[in-house]
Design a binder for this molecule. Structure first.
Ligand SMILES: O=C(O)CCC(=O)C(=O)O
Length: 284
């Protein structure tokens, strides 16, 4: 029987803006993803860096289309795509995936932001997307686990401003939100996953611990929310689902050495999405 959410799960996501699913991947599956990612030269070589508000670097690799590699299998597997389909109530397509390489003692912070704060600028009319955060390493307070503000997705899209090389919710509004809402830490074991709404406010602390905190985040858009204009992330592209059993049978195959086979998203393009522009056309 394929994995499907029950009504309680669906309600939880609608009310809180996120859903944490423990041990969504087995130990063997997540160990395979971890060992593949950590030894994948292409993944490292294509990682780019952006600094947080204090100048600490965060490193990430971003690509648009799932490929015939292990990451592609994870982002097309039934227990991820099936859940995305239930949450979106529509056919999901792969919008992009990324690996956050939050290394020990060096990984920088992520400022408070909503993903739709910048995806909005990519020609998407509605926040009909969902993201699946897959914990590759255990995520704790010490190594900078994700923090979320439950129910903040109901605030709608809020303005962002440039902070370091990231875009963050403007400070005055963010303070008002923090005065009225509580922050929740997403402490996760490797193999746990978090689905979250594109308007959910989230951030994370720098990693000052000796433990790395890597994660893969797969993002899906609803077919009916196909963008009205071109951007650096794709419009509707049918997604070929695979059974969950494909993960272990596929084995440890990372990115191809031929970079032209991967739809890498480079730093400058990614940065554009995270920068809001004022009426005068200047970056804010
Ligand atoms: O991995 C993290 O701590 C946050 C990543 C994130 O918020 C993002 O990629 O939009």
């Amino acid at each position: 029987m394929p994995f499907r959410l029950c009504n309680d799960h669906l309600n939880q996501y609608r009310v809180a803006g996120y859903l944490l699913l423990r041990s969504h991947f087995t130990r063997d599956q997540i160990d395979l993803l971890r060992s593949t990612a950590k030894t994948d030269k292409q993944l490292h070589d294509h990682a780019f860096q952006k600094s947080d508000g204090d100048g600490n670097p965060v490193r990430l690799s971003v690509w648009n289309h799932p490929e015939e590699n292990l990451y592609g299998i994870f982002s097309r597997c039934d227990r991820v795509v099936g859940v995305a389909e239930q949450l979106l109530e529509d056919e999901p397509y792969h919008y992009h995936s990324k690996i956050i390489l939050k290394d020990s003692l060096s990984g920088g912070a992520w400022e408070w932001h909503q993903d739709y704060g910048y995806w909005y600028h990519n020609g998407l009319l509605a926040p009909r997307l969902t993201s699946c955060f897959i914990a590759i390493d255990a995520a704790t307070s010490e190594n900078g686990c994700l923090q979320v503000i439950p129910q903040s997705h109901k605030l709608g899209r809020v303005d962002h401003q440039k902070t370091g090389q990231q875009a963050a919710v403007d400070t005055e509004r963010m303070q008002a939100i923090l005065d009225r809402y509580r922050v929740e830490e997403m402490v996760m074991q490797a193999g746990d996953v978090l689905f979250f709404h594109p308007n959910l406010l989230h951030r994370s602390n720098p990693n000052r611990s000796p433990q790395p905190r890597w994660a893969m985040i797969c993002c899906y858009n609803a077919r009916s929310n196909h963008p009205f204009k071109k951007s650096h992330h794709p419009g509707y592209t049918p997604l070929e689902r695979v059974p969950d059993s494909a993960i272990l049978s596929f084995g440890s195959h990372g990115f191809s050495a031929d970079a032209s086979e991967t739809s890498w998203v480079q730093n400058s393009k990614h940065q554009v999405t995270r920068t809001t522009t004022g009426p005068d056309g200047n970056e804010k």
